[in-house]
Design a protein around this ligand. Structure first.
Ligand SMILES: NC(=O)c1ccc[n+]([C@@H]2O[C@H](COP(=O)([O-])OP(=O)(O)OC[C@H]3O[C@@H](n4cnc5c(N)ncnc54)[C@H](OP(=O)(O)O)[C@@H]3O)[C@@H](O)[C@H]2O)c1
Length: 249
């Protein structure tokens, strides 16, 4: 647990990929828990019309493609008052690392899941350091803690997000910026619509993320599956590796 804790009440947040799935749920949770303003990043801001109607001025649609340097630069100009940065945008290819398109699929996922996180965070970090208290939360995955072969190339990118999170935490240790990793299990969104397994809700993830920021948690296990396996990861990483190895495509 970090000494830096942040309550979203009265704070300004930015959520990448805030138009659907887990990102949308985090946008809503932050607003419901009293954030003064939330920038909802979306490649197509028109997808935010319904949220905008509901939350008015407190919801600011922000055109944002995390793979586009100009888009990121524009975002930091518009949203220079951010206190909480949630790196949520992500993509998944169902592909093993032995797949014939593994290299291509890996490169695509790295561009969003890995380079996108670094690009957006580095653009905002100087702003965040100026706040009395601030936070960066990176949405990794349980599949980033051990490779899940059926989504092997995706797992590689989410392991990188875990490492990136550790790196930012070390770099920012002497600052007012909480750096949290979020490690969801299977969550019911468009991303997992073809996966038949028990899934938790994006709303439960969002609640756990906000609770985690308030508590100053460095590692957030936000759903039933991740609570169980995350606890196991702490004591025996091999157990998760062996469990995930059963999921072969
Ligand atoms: N669902 C799960 O079981 C699960 C488990 C562990 C971790 N996660 C992680 O949770 C995060 C959210 O996933 P989700 O399940 O909510 O997926 P989702 O429903 O597919 O939503 C993905 C979001 O990312 C956005 N996005 C994709 N590429 C982008 C880019 N280049 N620039 C900006 N935004 C981009 C999408 O925007 P568009 O609408 O424009 O495509 C969308 O808002 C991801 O990082 C994912 O890896 C998900």
């Amino acid at each position: 647990m970090s000494e830096v804790k942040i309550n979203p009440e009265g704070k300004v947040a930015l959520v990448s990929g805030g138009n659907r799935g887990i990102g949308k749920a985090i946008v809503v949770e932050l607003l419901e828990r009293g954030a003064s303003k939330v920038y909802a990043g979306a490649r197509n801001p028109e997808t935010l019309v319904v949220l905008k109607e509901k939350y008015g001025d407190r919801l600011v649609p922000l055109k944002l493609d995390v793979t586009d340097k100009d888009s990121v630069a524009e975002a930091v100009k518009t949203a220079s008052d951010v206190d909480i940065l949630i790196n949520n945008a992500g993509v998944l290819k169902f592909d093993s690392i032995l797949g014939k398109d593994a290299g291509e699929n890996l490169a695509f996922q790295i561009s969003v899941n890995v380079q996108g996180v670094i690009s957006l965070t580095n653009a905002f970090v100087n702003e965040l350091k100026q706040r009395e208290v601030a936070a960066i939360a990176n949405v990794s995955s349980l599949a980033g803690l051990a490779n899940m072969p059926v989504i092997g190339t995706y797992s590689v990118t989410k392991a990188a997000v875990h490492s990136i999170t550790q790196g930012y935490r070390a770099e920012l240790a002497e600052t007012n910026v909480l750096v949290s990793g979020v490690y969801p299990g299977a969550i019911d969104t468009d991303m997992t619509k073809d996966m038949e397994m028990g899934k938790d809700t994006p709303e439960n993830v969002a609640k756990a993320v906000v609770d985690g920021l308030i508590a100053g948690l460095e590692d957030i296990y936000p759903d039933v599956m991740s609570e169980q396996l995350g606890a196991g990861y702490g004591t025996s990483p091999k157990t998760i590796e062996k469990e995930f190895a059963k999921y072969i495509g």
